[in-house]
Design a protein around this ligand. Structure first.
Ligand code: GAP
Length: 431
């Protein structure tokens, strides 16, 4: 983990927020490479679960919602962590994270456990008198329930169907830890899939299969993944069944995403609190009902962390150590680097022109600094799947070498064919 965190900082994937002020706990910034990686991951999720499916539509709702939403959803009452404080050093801990009954930092005595609501509060309004207290959403899905009727009637969707959303969520986590694994500001990728009560179990099982396949499609190693079924007593207030996909991070197994059966909890709660009917009328069956909800809820940051951990490799090449990030090409921040063999004799200019034509199609990088071997290594370290070398022969016959990151093999190819070759290899189309 230490090596990965150091690479992430050094290469501009992820660094701590507000670093020049000493950082702020639980908040992270995605740098030039990290933003590309996370964006590719979110785009692939959206492509796979929204654009490729006629039974799911998207939503991009506001982060700040009416405070009554959080009363109706049960978050004001129930979104609690049980915490204890150290009487000596005053540090606070989640009770379920403690291994012993004393402070893990100083050995001091702990207070009695108490409930701590982990929603982040904010004030909305232009004067102290008129401002109202509300919250930064702790999960993205509540807007999907609140907007349920508007979405299905405007898009003419019929149950069974789903609404998907990617967006920021905020939780005042007691102990943010393990790099970006547990943060206070993070992104969720959630789907609320609405179905009839009698189909809940079948829909749940189908989602188990679909979710698993997506993680394999983005390149995670199957033996590092497992399902964890929550026992009844640890279920969230809204769920009758929850299973998590877990990934074996270097710090141990951790939750990547949840899959929950929320039944009719949320639509019923919002109907009751708002007085607005959120049922669905099935014209064919001539019946009105409140749909059940199966919820696949993923974390974009946790998936990005799993991709980073899974990609990290150290290899020995001709007596040298190489660090290589073996990202699936469709997620790689940079798809291709163009490297002139030498800077002179018009080779650099030719390489620069070629890089400009490739840049129109995908993210590329041009590098002429240092020995060619070192330039390859730099690209390996940031997971660039293809390095294109422009040399003297290129001037003669318009061909280049294309080096594969993982096998390190080089193939000679006409320049006119390179873009199509890379696009095919980096495509997120599935069979
Ligand atoms: N709407 C259901 C829900 O929010 P959750 O299990 O609390 O369920 C879903 O969160 C996912 O959001 C988690 O599996 C995880 O990937 C991500 N997540 C939750 N809390 C997080 C945190 N503090 N930091 C990073 N990701 C988090």
């Amino acid at each position: 983990m230490k090596d990965l965190v150091s690479l992430c900082t050094r290469k501009g994937f992820i660094f701590q927020s507000s670093g020049i002020y000493g950082g702020i706990n639980g908040c992270w910034d995605f740098g030039p490479l990290g933003v590309e990686l996370k964006r590719n991951l979110k785009d692939d999720w959206w492509y796979n679960f929204v654009q490729q499916r006629s039974d799911i539509v998207g939503l991009d709702a506001s982060i700040i919602m009416h405070p009554k939403v959080w009363e109706a959803s049960g978050h004001v009452e129930q979104f609690h962590d049980i915490v204890v404080d150290c009487k000596e050093c005053k540090h606070r801990f989640r009770e379920d994270h403690l291994e012993a009954k004393v402070c893990p930092d100083c050995g001091g005595e702990l207070t009695e456990p108490k409930a701590f609501n982990s929603m982040l509060q904010t004030r909305l309004g232009v004067s102290d008198e008129s401002a109202v207290n509300t919250y930064l959403r702790p999960e993205t899905c509540q807007a999907i329930f609140v907007d349920f009727k508007e979405v299905y009637s405007s898009s003419r969707m019929k149950v069974p169907f789903g609404i998907a959303q990617i967006g920021k969520a905020f939780r005042n986590e007691v102990n943010p830890r393990n790099f970006i694994f547990r943060s206070r500001e993070f992104e969720q990728m959630e789907i609320e899939f609405f179905c009839k009560a009698e189909n809940e179990e079948a829909v749940f099982e189908q989602w188990k299969a679909d979710i698993w396949k997506w993680y394999l499609d983005i390149g995670l190693t199957e033996s590092k993944m497992r399902w964890y079924a929550h026992p009844k007593e640890s279920l969230s207030h809204y769920s009758s069944r929850t299973e998590d996909v877990e990934y074996e991070f270097p710090f141990g197994w951790g939750e990547l995403q949840g899959l929950a059966n929320r039944g009719t909890f949320d639509l019923t709660a919002h109907t009751k609190a708002s007085g607005k009917d959120l049922s669905f009328f099935d014209q064919q069956a001539n019946e009105r009902f409140t749909p059940s909800v199966i919820e696949p809820s993923a974390g974009a940051d946790r998936a990005t962390l799993a991709v980073l951990c899974n990609a990290y490799h150290e290899e020995e090449v001709e007596g040298d150590k190489r660090i290589v990030m073996k990202f699936d090409p469709k997620l790689a921040p940079i798809k291709a680097a163009v490297l002139p063999l030498v800077k002179k004799d018009g080779i650099a200019e030719m390489a620069q022109d070629f890089e400009k034509t490739l840049r129109k199609k995908f993210n590329t990088f041009y590098d002429q600094a240092g020995a060619i071997g070192r330039r390859y290594r730099r690209m390996d370290e940031v997971g660039t799947p293809f390095c294109i070398c422009v040399d003297y022969d290129s001037k003669e016959d318009n061909t280049v070498t294309v080096r594969d990151r993982d096998s390190m093999e080089q193939a000679r190819m006409p320049m006119a064919e390179v873009a199509a070759y890379i696009q095919t290899r980096c495509s997120n189309e599935r069979d």
